[in-house]
Structure formats: C-alpha cells, structure tokens
Design a protein around this ligand. Structure first.
Ligand code: 4NP
Length: 161
C-alpha cells in the first residue's frame, strides 16, 4: 500500500480539498486497493472539524465526496507512516521540517513543484483570500500530476493488488 499525506496549515481548506480530489482520482483510476490518502495540518486550531464551507462548496459543485473528513494535526510519526508527504506551500514545508526534526527522507514535496512550468508554486491560502475556485484548479492539476508520478515510480497498473 502506498500512503499519501496532504499537508497545509489548518487542515480545513487546502489539504482536505487535495485529499478529496486525490481520493476521487484514485477511485476513478481503479487504484483504491493500492493507494491510501489522508491529510493533516501543521497547526492545531481546527482539530476534529470538517472541511471549511468554501472547500465543501467547491467539492460538492464538482461532485467530489468529503464524507467523514475531520481535521487532524501532523505528528512526528507521519514521516515514517507515509510514503509521499505533499505540502501546499513553502511555509508548510518549513513547519514539517521542524516537526520531522530536519530528517532528510525526500518524502516531503511541495504539490505545485510537481507541475511542470507552473508559475504559481505555493497554493494560496483561501482561508485568507476567499478564492476557493483558484485553489481548486491548482490543486486538481497538482493531484493529477502527483498520481502520474506515483504510478510511474511504483509501476502501478489498474486493478493490480
Ligand atoms: P488551510 O487554511 O491551511 O488551507 O486549512 C487555513 C485554515 C485556518 C487557519 C489558517 C489557514 N487559521 O489560522 O486558523
């Protein structure tokens, strides 16, 4: 099982959106038996809360489920537990480095670094900008690219166990 963790600051806007979008892609590709998806925040303010209303709205509009999702905080053990730890922006990467005590595993990557030629490398925080549409476009692109990378790196084929 390949384990993917999306990370942002609060785990209510961007990373739950990425988790829901990525899980939807994994399902459509027939890879649910091979890829597990989760998300977490580096901050603790929203632990236990469902995704932000703006994230809920855009996911619903795009027919993507966020059922049962609740915010949690990143823990040091996540570094061991997950294969791909995907941060939404560079400040998330900095916070993760602190939580993971600067251990260099190559597991932590910034989502939009995976998108060739992307002019925007940090997913803007819609908690402050209010622009959930822009975030949805950026995160969708990044998630599609991430799935391509994971399939390639792990030689995944639809329906295989
Ligand atoms: P997120 O957005 O990191 O995309 O979930 C935020 C949510 C809450 C806060 C900051 C960012 N906050 O400061 O409470």
């Amino acid at each position: 099982m390949i384990k993917v963790l999306f990370v942002c600051l609060g785990n209510i806007c961007r990373s739950p959106m990425a988790e829901a979008i990525f899980r939807d892609l994994v399902k459509k590709e027939g890879l649910v038996d091979q890829i597990e998806v989760d998300s977490a925040g580096t901050g603790d303010w929203h632990i236990g809360r469902p995704p932000h209303e703006g994230t809920q709205k855009i996911l619903t509009k795009n027919n993507i489920s966020f059922e049962g999702m609740k915010a949690r905080q990143v823990i040091a053990n996540d570094l061991e537990n997950f294969d791909y730890i995907i941060a939404m922006d560079s400040s998330n990467v900095g916070n993760l480095n602190k939580i993971f005590m600067n251990e260099k595993t190559g597991k932590v990557q910034r989502l939009l670094d995976l998108v060739d030629g992307s002019k925007i490398l940090d997913v803007p925080d819609p908690y402050y900008t209010g622009n959930f549409d822009e975030v949805y476009e950026l995160v969708s692109n990044g998630c599609q690219r991430l799935l391509d990378v994971i399939k390639k790196e792990n030689l995944l084929v639809k329906g295989e166990i």
